[in-house]
Design a protein. Structure first.
Length: 317
C-alpha cells in the first residue's frame, strides 16, 4: 500500500465528512481539492471513490438516528412503529423527484456541468439565496412578535407585575410553523424533495437545496436540517451503489492499494460526519444560516479566481 495515498484519502474523508452536511457544497470543496490532491489510481476508481466515500458520511446518520429511524425498536409501541413507517414513507416520497429526474441526467450533468465555473456560480447564487431567505424569515419573526404584542390586553400593560409582553424575536431565534419532524406533511416532504433536484447542479449542495426548501415551506432550521439528514440515506446509498455497479461492470478491479484508500476514506468520513452533524444540530438552534451564505459567496469567488487566474498561472487549471 502507498502510505501517501492513504494520507490523501484520510484528508479527502475529512473534507467529505465536514462539507457533506453543512450547506456549503461538498462538490465545491472537492473540485478544489482534486487540483492539489492526486492519487496513484485510475480515473475510473477516482470517480467512483469520490461518490462512494459518501457512504461513510451517510452511515453516521444511520448511527446517530438509529432509534428514530428504526420501526422495529423494542422501545416503540404500535403507535411509535406506525409513526416511524410514516416517516419513512415521507422520506421515500421526498427522494422520488431526485430519482426520476436525476438518474436520466446523471451522466449528462457530470459531463457538461462538473466544472469550476458552474460550481462557482452555484456557490454564489445559493449563498445569496440563504442570506435573502434568512432576512425574510427575520422580518416574519418580527411581524409575528409584533402581532402578539398588539394582541396583549391593554390594561395589562399599565400595571406593575403584569405578565411581560412578547418582544420581537432576534435574528438567531429558530422560527417556523413546522417545529417537529412528525409535523412535516406529505405535501411538504414532496416539496422539499423537489428542491433536492436543484442539487443536480454541482456546487448547489444537496443539504443546501433541501434546507432552503424546508425553510421556504415553513419548517424551523432544526427540522429542515434533520429532514435533510434523513433524505440523504436513500439518495446517497443509491448514488454510491450506482457508481460501484458502473465501476465493476466496466471491468475494473481493486487491488490492495485501492481497498486501503477506500476503507480509510470511509472511516474518516464517518467519524468526521458524526462530529459535523452534532455540531450543526446545536448550531442551528441558536444561529441562522447567513454565515453559510457568506461563506459560499467567498468560496465561489475563490473557485472562480482559481480557474480563471490562479490555476492557469500555476499550470493547474
Amino acid at each position: 500500500m502507498d502510505i501517501l495515498d492513504l494520507i490523501k484519502s484520510a484528508f479527502l474523508g475529512l473534507v467529505e465528512g465536514i462539507t457533506e452536511w453543512l450547506p456549503i457544497s461538498s462538490t465545491g470543496h472537492m473540485i478544489l481539492v482534486e487540483e492539489f490532491v492526486k492519487m496513484n489510481v485510475s480515473e475510473e476508481f477516482w470517480n467512483m471513490f469520490l461518490v462512494v466515500i459518501q457512504l461513510g458520511a451517510i452511515l453516521s446518520v444511520v448511527v446517530l438516528y438509529f432509534h428514530d429511524l428504526n420501526p422495529f425498536s423494542p422501545s416503540k409501541g404500535a403507535e411509535g412503529r406506525r409513526a416511524t413507517w410514516t416517516l419513512w414513507g415521507k422520506i421515500i416520497l421526498g427522494c422520488i423527484p431526485a430519482a426520476v429526474i436525476g438518474l436520466p441526467l446523471n451522466d449528462f450533468m457530470d459531463e457538461h456541468f462538473y466544472n469550476g465555473y458552474v460550481v462557482a456560480v452555484a456557490l454564489v447564487v445559493y449563498g445569496i439565496a440563504f442570506i435573502i431567505i434568512e432576512n425574510w424569515r427575520a422580518h416574519k419573526r418580527s411581524e409575528r412578535a409584533l402581532e402578539v404584542q398588539m394582541q396583549a390586553p391593554k390594561h395589562g400593560r399599565h400595571f406593575a407585575g403584569a405578565a411581560p409582553v412578547a418582544q420581537p424575536a432576534d435574528d438567531d431565534t429558530d422560527f417556523g410553523r413546522i417545529t417537529r419532524i412528525e409535523d412535516i406533511s406529505w405535501k411538504t416532504a414532496f416539496g422539499i424533495g423537489c428542491f433536492q433536484v436543484l442539487s443536480l447542479v454541482p456546487g448547489t449542495s444537496r443539504s443546501g437545496s433541501t434546507i432552503i426548501g424546508g425553510l421556504l415551506l415553513g419548517t424551523t432550521r432544526s427540522v429542515a436540517a434533520k429532514f435533510t439528514f434523513y433524505l440523504a440515506i436513500p439518495v446517497m446509498f443509491g448514488a454510491s451503489l450506482l457508481k460501484v455497479v458502473k465501476f465493476l461492470l466496466g471491468g475494473a478491479a481493486m487491488g490492495a492499494n485501492e481497498w486501503g484508500i477506500m476503507i480509510v476514506g470511509l472511516v474518516v468520513a464517518f467519524v468526521t460526519s458524526l462530529l459535523a452533524i452534532r455540531w450543526l444540530t446545536g448550531f442551528v438552534r441558536r444561529h441562522d444560516f447567513k454565515v453559510f451564505g457568506w461563506y459560499r459567496i467567498v468560496l465561489g469567488v475563490l473557485v472562480l479566481a482559481f480557474f480563471l487566474f490562479i490555476g492557469p498561472s500555476l499550470g493547474l487549471a
